[in-house]
Each structure stands twice: as structure tokens, then as C-alpha cells.
Design a protein around this ligand. Structure first.
Ligand SMILES: C=C(O[C@H]1C=CC=C(C(=O)O)[C@@H]1O)C(=O)O
Length: 393
């Protein structure tokens, strides 16, 4: 039986972040930090993963862990790894955050938005036309994204991006997941997501979907006004409700109890406000793997739309790029099925000197195309700041 090494826990998150190297897997969350290195096995599907993981032991007798990334397209291959070594540590705390490393993308770089910002506004109008079509009225919501392609003169320093993200948003889920690469250079999905797709421990299951957004304001009074306006906006609440409904529906068959709060609340990142609902439940079967729950939930209308198939088709028609692992999920699961999966938003796909940033937003029939464009611009800031890059649109 292959053996996974369980290293002694790190005393601080700073130590684990400093130990991170390209090709490793790192995830920080309020429940702790996990670093996985090396690969005992790599698979492309969740069923295959359960099979492989069941044959792995650890040198300490603890449950073995698998980590990895699921793409947006449910039919595309996932990238799931049973690491050789796993090391855990505490959750990030603001005071314990690693010191900033300022220049992950040094020298000159060029930025190409895909599509052009004006064309994103046109894409939003197209989605609204589809949603208001009297002949096919069933499409309720579509999430449309855009990509910002940065090219530098030398390879981006992924470890520095990770350290900067943890520092900027210690309460978020900072992640770095190795992806299949076209050449010898590592390819990494790096981000700081505010959205928990699913966490499962024993019988307990939690999902914390987000939808409905407003940018942060530097002035504290105006910042609070932004949050209050978000919480009282009928359009944003309707956009949020579609997601809560779908998450509850997907979890219900697995649960003997499910609590779905009636009212959303607001959560913040360093750059955005969001409407959020914390859904909690008790599983019928405590051995249900967290990866299976992630697959059952994905893609929620926070990243795709509703109904899923119609929204997926609209995205395929309108978006001029392949999302890859953006709006998928990253996370881990262990042999007991316990684990955590976060939605891969506020992230970049980094491959050598190429950095593809992604940002999207939920489009409703009453969306304003210019406001939707501005929302994606604000969402890019999480990664742009971590990269030390100044780009306004
Ligand atoms: C698709 C993204 O955000 C989703 C998550 C939170 C709020 C969202 C919104 O308000 O549109 C999106 O549904 C993204 O950041 O790229």
C-alpha cells in the first residue's frame, strides 16, 4: 500500500506559505492550512480518486488526503493528486500574515483584455436578450466572465502572489493548485476565494454561497452605505436567491437535516462586498465524500446560472474564451470523506510569464451592462494587487 507522509504541523501559517513551491498544493481557510507536496498518484475523475485514495495509508495512521482542482466544465478532466507529503498548520490571522513580497511580475508587462471591455457590455446585453426572449423564457440567470491576459518579460513568482494574497485577505480561502501543463513549466491556479462550495466533517456539512456584489469604498461611511444598498437591492437579492435555492436543492438528498436561512447577510473581502447565506446540514451518511458533494453542487448558479444547462449553453455561445479551472473548485478530501472545496473565483492561471486573470458576475434580466463591467473590473483588483500590477479596466 503506498504511504503518505504526514509531516509535523507547522506552528504558523507564515511557515507553511514560505514552504510553498510551484507544483505544491496550498489551501488556507478558517479551519486551518494544508500544504501537499509530491504526487503518489494523479487522477482526472472523482470516482477514480475515491478508489485510489482507499488504497493509500499514512505513516502516522491518520486519514490520507487527496487534493486538487475541478474545472468549470463538468465533462473536462479534473486534476486530483494524492500528495507524497501533507503538512497542516493553523488558519491565517491578520497579525501572523506573511510579510509582503512586492514584485511577483517584475519588469514590463502587457495586458490584453478578452473580450474588450466594451464587448463585455455587449455580451451582457446579449444575455439579457436571451433571458427576456418571450419564445424561450426559462433562462433566469447567466454568469458572464472576462479574462485579462498579462504577459511579463520573465516568469511570475507564484509563491510571492500566494504570500501577498494571504496577507491581503487573511479570512479568505487562499489557494494554489498545480494544473496540467503544456510544457515543462509549472502551471498554477492561484487565488483568494471568498466562497465555500462545501465543507464536510463527520455528519456536518456547510456551504456558504455568495451572489450579489458591490465594490468596497475607501471611505468607511460610503463603504457601509455600499453594503446597505447591496442588502436592500431587489435585483441583487433575486440573483442571490437563485443560488441559495440551487445549493439547498443539491444538498437536500444527502441530508437528514438542512438549515437554510431566509435572509442573506453581507460578507467582505479586501475589494468586494457580497450577499452570503450559510447553509448547514447533517448528512444521512457520514462517509459521503466531500468530493462527491462538491461534484453534486457544481456548477452552482453563482458561477454558471439557472437553469444550469441553459445557462451553460449561453456561456458557451457568448464567452470568447475557455474558462479552464476558473469557476471550478479546489480543495481536499480524506479517506473518511472529510474535506473542504472552495469555488475558484478571484484567481489567475499562471504559466511561466503568462498570467490569465478571470472575473465574472451574475447577469439578471434587469442588469445594467455598464455596472456589470465595473463589477468585473473591481473583482480583478484582488489578483492585480497581489501581482503588484496597476491596471484600471
Ligand atoms: C463569478 C464570480 O463571482 C461570483 C461569486 C460572488 C458574487 C458574484 C456576483 O455577484 O455576480 C458571482 O456570482 C467572480 O468573482 O468571478
Amino acid at each position: 500500500m503506498p504511504r503518505q507522509r504526514v509531516a509535523a504541523p507547522a506552528p504558523t501559517v507564515t511557515e507553511l506559505v514560505a514552504a510553498y513551491q510551484p507544483r505544491d498544493f496550498l489551501l488556507t481557510s478558517a479551519s486551518g492550512t494544508l500544504l501537499g507536496s509530491g504526487a503518489l498518484a494523479t487522477v482526472t475523475g472523482i470516482d477514480e480518486l475515491a478508489d485510489v485514495l482507499s488504497r493509500v495509508g499514512t505513516d502516522t495512521g491518520q486519514a490520507a488526503v487527496a487534493v486538487g482542482a475541478l474545472p468549470f466544465d463538468r465533462d473536462a478532466p479534473a486534476h486530483l493528486v494524492v500528495p507524497e507529503t501533507v503538512r497542516r498548520g493553523p488558519a491565517p490571522e491578520p497579525a501572523a500574515a506573511p510579510a509582503p513580497r512586492r514584485s511577483p511580475l517584475p519588469g514590463a508587462w502587457k495586458a490584453v483584455p478578452v473580450p474588450d471591455p466594451a464587448d463585455h457590455a455587449t455580451a451582457v446585453k446579449r444575455a439579457i436578450t436571451l433571458m427576456t426572449d418571450p419564445v424561450a423564457p426559462e433562462l433566469r440567470k447567466v454568469v458572464l466572465a472576462r479574462c485579462l491576459k498579462l504577459t511579463g518579460t520573465c516568469a511570475a513568482d507564484v509563491a510571492a502572489v500566494v504570500a501577498n494574497l494571504v496577507r491581503a485577505d487573511p479570512v479568505g480561502f487562499t489557494f494554489a493548485a498545480d494544473l496540467p501543463s503544456r510544457d515543462a513549466a509549472p502551471r498554477t491556479l492561484v487565488g483568494a476565494s471568498p466562497e465555500l462550495l462545501v465543507a464536510k466533517h463527520g455528519r456536518s456539512v456547510v456551504s456558504h454561497p455568495l451572489a450579489g456584489s458591490a465594490p468596497r469604498h475607501p471611505d468607511p461611511v460610503q463603504d457601509r452605505e455600499q453594503a446597505a444598498a447591496l442588502l436592500s437591492s431587489a435585483k441583487e437579492r433575486a440573483e442571490h436567491a437563485v443560488v441559495v435555492e440551487a445549493v439547498a436543492e443539491a444538498l437536500r438528498p444527502y441530508c437528514r437535516r438542512l438549515d437554510v436561512p431566509e435572509e442573506p447577510w453581507t460578507v467582505t473581502t479586501a475589494t468586494m462586498w457580497h450577499l452570503a447565506t450559510r447553509i448547514t446540514g447533517e448528512l444521512r451518511d457520514p462517509h459521503t465524500p466531500s468530493s462527491l458533494l462538491a461534484r453534486a453542487l457544481h456548477p452552482t448558479p453563482a458561477v454558471c446560472g439557472s437553469p444550469t444547462d441553459r445557462a451553460y449553453a449561453a456561456i458557451a455561445e457568448i464567452e470568447p474564451f475557455d474558462r479552464g479551472f476558473y469557476t471550478g473548485a479546489v480543495g481536499y478530501t480524506d479517506t473518511a470523506g472529510d474535506g473542504e472545496w472552495v469555488v475558484t473565483i478571484r484567481c489567475a492561471d499562471i504559466h511561466g510569464s503568462t498570467v490569465d486573470l478571470f472575473a465574472g458576475g451574475g447577469i439578471m434580466p434587469d442588469s445594467d451592462p455598464e455596472a456589470e463591467l465595473a463589477e468585473t473590473t473591481a473583482k480583478f483588483r484582488t489578483l492585480l494587487r497581489a501581482l503588484g500590477v496597476d491596471q484600471t479596466r
